[in-house]
Design a binder for this molecule. Sequence first.
Ligand code: NAP
Length: 338
Amino acid sequence: MVKVVYVGFGIVSQGLAEIILNNNSVLPLVETVEIQTVGILDTKKGSRIDASGINMHDVLLNTKEGDYSLLTDTILDIPKAIQEINADILIEASFTDIKTGQPAISHMESALKSNKHVVTTNKGPFAVAYKQIFNLAALLKKNVVIEGTVMSGTPIINVLNNGLLGSDITAVSGIMNGTSNYIFSKMELGMSYSDALLQAQQLGYAEADPTSDVEGLDTLAKVMILANVVFDEQLIQEDIEVRGISDITLSDVKEASSKNERWKLIGSVWKDNNGKVHGSVSPKLVPINDSLYGISDATNALKITSNILGDTTIVGAGAGKIETGFALYNDIISIVNR
Ligand SMILES: NC(=O)c1ccc[n+]([C@@H]2O[C@H](COP(=O)([O-])OP(=O)(O)OC[C@H]3O[C@@H](n4cnc5c(N)ncnc54)[C@H](OP(=O)(O)O)[C@@H]3O)[C@@H](O)[C@H]2O)c1
């Protein structure tokens, strides 16, 4: 039995809960292991703590209707509650703040200090405090697994950490924001920027406040995470050139099409010949023979350049309830397997 506590019970956490229920709570392990939820902590939707296990079928049935009345407890001090709950793994899927990483950093530190592993899709803490969190985890002999922070359930962190062992990665570059890519794809069909953005919001790709998506801040967080994962380097936000997509006009997009090129919001991190690590976020013209050219709508893709393989491009979902919930599911399995 693996006991988990959720912090933040929004789209992603509900996606994970659905996956666990649909897979009969049994993980594909050497020994079958059941996942039991002993806590749901959400400052706005409500909380519930039950050491004997929460009936997640009932909770999900209610939340589908937008009803959170089964989350009856009011818990304001979330870090303290995390500390006191008897659980094995914290699932951190609360609000992302890429400037401070809070409140998620406090949630994770509280979990690690009370003997819990952490799985998360929250980008903020790993954009600004990657080493702080992983050093604490190493000190306390706990695991922190963050696959869903970049390209949701599409395996990227795993590939960078394990799949290319033995090769020297010199650059990682790609499309890591579905909203921006969706907008460019629709503009190529003649739609205006504002109509394309509205459609992205209606389809649930963009946030109600889409600034972070279209001004490149969401991609910036991912670039900073990748700099840590690939090059063990903590970049400073102010040192990274960040340009969003809002000043690319319909005529810019048409002109690119006429030259067999496409605009893409590209996040990159690379090491120069002197060993210095750089990051950038900017709209770029991608030619037809580039592996990123054909990546359309909300799909994401990351091109990894390494000395032995050359370019390896990974294409897949970059967001979504089940897609991102799967990243957490996979992270939990990897911890149990360890
Ligand atoms: N959705 C995706 O496809 C996706 C993909 C990759 C990564 N992520 C990341 O995964 C995390 C969860 O995303 P989501 O889409 O599930 O967001 P969401 O639907 O907004 O859910 C987050 C939940 O956390 C609650 N919350 C906010 N501050 C909290 C706090 N201090 N303590 C406890 N709960 C708090 C929110 O309440 P209120 O909404 O009432 O404020 C909300 O219920 C975010 O960090 C996001 O950036 C999401």
